[in-house]
Design a protein. Sequence first.
Length: 117
Amino acid sequence: MKVMLPGLIQILLFQSIGEIISKFFLPFLPGPVIGLVLLLCWLVIQKKVNTDLALVSDTLSQYLGLLFVPAAVGVVLFLPQLKTNALPIFAALVGSVIFTIMASALVLKFFQKWSNK
């Protein structure tokens, strides 16, 4: 049986540092996001992922689907409101998808021109 405690401590340490930075310096960014960026920077500096962290990340990713259960329950809970507002929600979803595709195409076109120069 492999021990996951060192990897969990490493993840929680970076999340705690992110929370501290968020609380005192960058209140507009969530602490876990800052911690994730710091962890990514740390892994880039190390140029490797240690086995403890790899074990924890592999184990947690197996159960990632469970995190979507509360969101699905929330959708079912607000189903009457979703039915009454189905048309605006559908229009917003379709419009945002079209806008995202157009924005991505423009950014790609810009970078293609920029890389050719």
